[in-house]
Design a protein around this ligand. Structure first.
Ligand code: JCQ
Length: 244
């Protein structure tokens, strides 16, 4: 998977892209992330990438020329997406879609915004990672890259089987998906808090049902909008079997 990132703060990416999952994915050649600095395509003495807004107002706006020049020189992977609080919400289904293709590219805005012509005539869409305002698109870009990269086959250490795994352990998030069930490891008792007996019972069928009941209950209580449907009779029976 090829990812081109356009950012005037390329140093933002070195740590996260070199570490952990993303670093390993890049070493293995599974993910090829390249960061491009629009400042390298400026032509004025001060290498300016921003200017004052037409119509007045506080702050600066990212100018179109350096971003257009950088994108036209690089010919990045498409779709080219602008990170913005005004974008379409980035959700797991979108991560799956990006991971399934050959690549994508991201434009990181800074300052009080980006000249609208970048969104209108250069990018293919706008993505938001949530309803809050960041100082720039860099952290949002890292969210999108990591969420997509971990879905590329071979990137996760434990090979993800995309169907055979039991319900609660599958990748979720979508209209029919649930939050994860709670996980425990040793010790069996920690500061007086015990691991649920069922998980130490060795009864794998019952464990699978308990996990599914937990996932259902958690989703219904914490994120009911992810479960915008009635429970099936099987699901209701699971909640009745594990009434805590
Ligand atoms: C992304 N959720 C928040 C900030 C303006 C394109 O214009 C702007 C972009 C940013 C950076 O992105 C975010 C963001 N998803 O703040 C202001």
């Amino acid at each position: 998977m090829r990812v081109d990132v356009f950012s005037i703060f390329p140093e933002y990416f070195g740590g996260p892209l070199g570490a952990s999952l993303l670093g390993r994915a890049r070493e293995l050649g599974l993910v090829d992330v390249r960061v491009h600095d629009p400042r390298d395509w400026t032509t004025d003495r001060h290498r300016s990438v921003d200017d004052t807004p037409f119509g007045g107002g506080a702050g600066m706006v990212m100018a179109p020329e350096p971003v257009f020049a950088a994108v036209e020189a690089v010919e990045p992977a498409r779709p080219l997406l602008l990170l913005s609080p005004a974008g379409e919400r980035f959700v797991q289904d979108r991560a799956r879609g990006l991971a399934a293709g050959p690549g994508f590219s991201l434009v990181c805005g800074r300052y009080e915004g980006v000249d609208q012509r970048v969104a209108d005539h250069l990018c293919d869409g706008e993505l938001s990672v949530g309803d809050y305002v960041l100082a720039g698109g860099e952290v949002a870009a890292l969210v999108v890259i990591e969420a997509a990269a971990r879905l590329v086959p071979g990137v996760l250490g434990n090979e993800q089987s995309s169907g055979e795994e039991s319900f609660g352990g599958t990748e979720s998030f979508g209209q029919t998906d649930l939050l994860e069930y709670p996980q425990y490891t040793r010790p069996a008792e920690f500061r007086g808090w015990a691991v649920p007996d069922v998980l130490r019972s060795g009864d794998h069928e019952r464990i699978a049902r308990w996990r599914r009941a937990q996932a259902l209950r958690r989703t219904r209580e914490r994120r009911p909008e992810l479960l915008a449907r009635d429970l099936t009779a099987d699901e209701q029976a699971l909640l009745d079997e594990f009434p805590d």
